[in-house]
Structures are given as C-alpha cells and as structure tokens.
Design a protein around this ligand. Structure first.
Ligand SMILES: C[S@@+](CC[C@H](N)C(=O)[O-])C[C@H]1O[C@@H](n2cnc3c(N)ncnc32)[C@H](O)[C@@H]1O
Length: 270
C-alpha cells in the first residue's frame, strides 16, 4: 500500500504505546547514554526563570525534571501525546501545565529562561521555513539571554545513498515489544530520502500479533524528518537571533568536532 507521506505528527494511534516501544528502541543505542541527566543538568543550569519542554511527546523529560524538583511546562503538537503526559503527571502527583501547540506558533502566558526540544523533535520541522518559524517563535517565548537546546544528526552520505534506493514500502524490522494491552507487536520502518529537500520520508508499520504469532492488525504511520547540515544550522541560528554556546556529540557532552549521530545544539537568545 503506498501513501502520500503527510506530516508525521499524528501520534494518535501510538501515544499510549510510545514509552513502551521507545524503551526497547533506545536500550541498545550507543548515542543515548545520559539522555535524561543531560536535560536535568541543562534545566538546573539555565532554568531559574522557567523551563518548557517543547515537542514533549509523552513527557519523559518533563516528568524526569519534576521528579527532581523542576516543574516545567510541556507542549506538543499532538493532543494524544499531551494527554499521556498530563495523565502521567497527575499519576505522579505533579501539577504540570501541559498544552497542545505547534512549536512554530505557541504562545504562553509567561517567558522561560530554558527551552528543551528533546530527542529529534526539531527534525520533524520539514522545511527551512518551518525551522525558522519555530526558532523565531521559541525566541519570543524566551527571557533575554534564555537558552534553547535541541538535537539533529550529521547527514551521512552513505545512509542517504541507501535510502535513495529504498521505497517507502521496503520495510526493515526494527523491534518487537509488548503493547499496553499486553499484545506482542512488531515494528518495521521504510525510509527514503529526497536530496532536494533533505527530507527523509517513509512509514512506520506496527503489526499486532496473536498468541500464535499471526498478524491480527496492521497500522501504518507516516514518517517525515528533515536532515540539516551543520553549516546550514549555524546560519539559520544566526538569522533567528541566537548565538551558539555549545555543540555536543551526544548527551555525555563530547565536543562535536567529528561527524556525529546526535548533535546537541545549546544556543542562547541574543
Ligand atoms: C520523537 S518525538 C520526541 C518526544 C519527546 N521529546 C521525547 O523525548 O520522548 C517527537 C515529538 O515531536 C512532536 N512534534 C512534531 N512536530 C511538532 C511541532 N511542529 N510542534 C510541536 N510538537 C511537534 C510530535 O508530536 C512528537 O511527540
């Protein structure tokens, strides 16, 4: 089945399972070590006048901050994701302000000295115009000198070439996990790459299995993420009124002086 790839952000069908399969996905990823503590340290260092977790998903970062005494606002384009975040906060006894919004245009009734876009949220902005709109809008919501962190990865020509030869239905198995209903699910993805737009596009496929291993349900979720080159990002940040404070390769803060799978940008509102 081929589908017109639309923006990825209808997480409606996976929000309730997101934490369950992400745990499996990231378990063996070498570039994921120190993920939560990176954001906790960042919020402690810069969040005195308020923290916001943008594209918060299921609130993994916001909840971790709350557990460590930092009450952040949280926002996501997907209402389903916001609902899961709010439910988790309530269950944990935290009174978090969680609101659905597009990062290109959200407005809060306060400003923040620290904004976090964790785990590739920024890459879901699939054009330079949207990236620029988000950076300008976030800047509007920051206090003077406020800090923003987000991550990208360095485009890799080897993978780009592979993906340019992949159709959005050429699925590869990614992982198996147990969903919220206690059912086994297998996840596959197919990723193509368009070098003219720098957009990776394709699909995630979720198969639910019965006890005998037969597929009882299949869900397809479109994927669209934009790759951004470092030099491009440096000029975009300058254009949007930020200065670069640090660029790390991974959450353990290795300086990003070689090609990096997880480029972490820490930038300040000028
Ligand atoms: C890969 S998830 C990361 C979620 C979370 N930050 C985490 O670390 O688990 C990306 C999230 O970005 C959200 N998102 C995508 N585009 C967005 C936009 N334009 N504005 C706000 N949120 C967006 C999606 O709904 C999704 O929840």
């Amino acid at each position: 089945m081929s589908r017109e790839p639309k923006d990825l952000h209808d997480f409606e069908d996976v929000a309730e399972n997101y934490d369950l399969y992400l745990d499996v996905m990231y378990k063996n990823e070498d570039n994921h070590a120190g993920f939560l503590d990176f954001y906790l340290d960042f919020a402690k260092e810069y969040g005195q006048e308020g923290v916001i977790d943008i594209a918060c998903g299921t609130g993994v970062v916001a909840l971790y901050l709350a557990e460590h005494g930092i009450i952040a606002d949280a926002t996501d384009l997907s209402e389903a994701m916001c609902r899961v975040t709010a439910e988790k906060a309530k269950a944990g006894g935290y009174n978090l302000n969680v609101f659905p919004a597009n990062m290109t245009e959200f407005r809060s009734d306060r400003k923040y000295s620290c904004a976090i876009i964790a785990r590739s949220g920024f890459m879901h902005l699939t054009t330079p115009e949207l990236q620029r709109a988000a950076l300008i809008n976030i800047r509007e919501n920051l206090t003077d000198g406020g800090m923003l962190t987000f991550n990208t990865f360095d485009p890799n020509p080897f993978f780009q070439a592979q993906q340019m030869n992949t159709k959005d239905t050429d699925y590869s198995f990614r992982l198996e996990y147990t969903n919220k209903q206690g059912r086994r699910e297998k996840i596959y993805n197919a990723i193509s790459y368009d070098p003219t737009t720098q957009v990776m596009f394709g699909n995630w496929k979720f198969e639910t299995l019965d006890d005998a291993g037969n597929v009882t349900e299949e869900r397809i979720r479109p994927l669209r993420m934009r790759q951004t080159y470092r030099q491009e990002m440096k000029y975009l940040l300058e254009l949007c009124g930020y200065e670069i404070v640090n660029i790390y390769n991974g959450y353990t803060k290795v300086p990003a002086d070689t090609v990096a799978k997880n480029v972490i940008w820490c930038v300040r509102k000028k």
